[in-house]
Design a protein around this ligand. Structure first.
Ligand SMILES: [Zn+2]
Length: 316
């Protein structure tokens, strides 16, 4: 498989890291010697528990037929919806208040689907199984990280699998909502009679401030940031990646180019220990597992998670 990668370079060991008593790795090997998956694998094997933060994006779910939002070719925002409006309208707060039916129709369709996680979802879960995962910030609303077994996660844009009143924020279960969606009912809050929506962040709604605070707090303990299947083109990825401590390695794994690295201080060079690895995302995750020598443990993990035989195959 042909991968492209950013230019290699020798990493610089910074004095501030060597004097950090919390840091888990001694000596020059603490940073990547060159921006390769081999170096990333070596680094992961030596890292202390709960030090990896993963930002996962829509491209880890697109192999299942789930569209991401903004890709020009297949992005959900660029598609017409039922001949009446565009999908970008469906996910707009003001539009929803005037006409909730299209979002209900979309939600109903999503809830009828049965998706299995990809290897990339299981990879995040496997990192948690290895007690390495500090937190998974997922930009996806499909719950597939959760289905893969990840418990240490934050759904940045919420989920289609829970419901909330747009005014008083009373929550409703998916079972409660699904019955009403099936009957094509407009769902009104039993507490304040306002509209109920799937618990996703609509365009025109503010991000909760605590997501930024949570991310900043996690960055204090993070020793490796993995961006998996995200082009970093949407908020809050843009904001939260600006100004973070860049002394630890950051790995960008995707099948498409990032939106604009420079805007996120993701320089992909030796000075910042950034690695960009472009290619099939599942295959890259499998390769990392293989390089870390964890194939046997992955197979045991796969049995526990009822993964399909091919999903845990690391011969790529
Ligand atoms: Zn309410």
């Amino acid at each position: 498989m042909a991968f492209s990668k950013c230019k290699s370079g020798t990493a610089i060991v910074e004095e501030t890291r060597l004097s950090d008593p919390q840091h888990s790795i001694k000596g020059p090997a603490e940073l990547l010697r060159e921006p390769t998956l081999e170096e990333v694998a070596s680094y992961i094997k030596e890292i202390k528990p709960l030090k990896i933060v993963v930002i996962s994006g829509g491209r880890i779910s697109t192999p299942l037929g789930i569209p991401d939002l903004r890709s020009p070719d297949v992005g959900f925002y660029h598609a017409p919806f039922d001949g009446e409006c565009y999908c970008c309208d469906v996910l707009d707060r003001e539009y929803f208040i005037k006409n909730p039916a299209p979002l209900y129709q979309l939600t109903s369709f999503i809830l009828e689907q049965t998706y299995r996680p990809t290897f990339s979802h299981y990879f995040i879960s496997f990192l948690e199984h290895k007690k390495l995962l500090l937190k998974n910030y997922t930009q996806n609303m499909d719950d597939l990280e959760k289905i893969a077994g990840v418990t240490r996660y934050t759904q940045v844009y919420g989920s289609f699998y829970s419901f909330v009143c747009i005014k008083c924020k009373k929550e409703y279960s998916v079972e409660w909502a699904q019955k009403r969606l099936f009957m094509k009912k407009i769902m009104m809050c039993t507490n304040c009679a306002s509209l109920i929506k799937p618990n996703i962040l609509l365009n025109g709604e503010e991000f909760p401030l605590d997501i930024h605070e949570e991310f900043e707090e996690d960055m204090k303990n993070c020793k490796l940031l993995i961006v998996l299947g995200s082009t970093l083109s949407t908020e809050p990825s843009a904001t939260i990646l600006r100004g973070i401590d860049v002394k630890f390695p950051r790995v960008f794994i995707n099948d498409v180019e990032p939106y604009d690295f420079s805007d996120y201080h993701f320089y992909c060079d030796h000075e910042h220990n950034d690695v960009m690895w472009l290619g099939d995302i599942d295959s890259t995750c499998k390769k990392l597992v293989k390089l870390m020598g964890w194939c046997q443990e992955l197979h045991e993990f796969a049995e526990d998670k009822l993964m399909e035989p091919g999903e845990c195959e690391t011969n790529i």
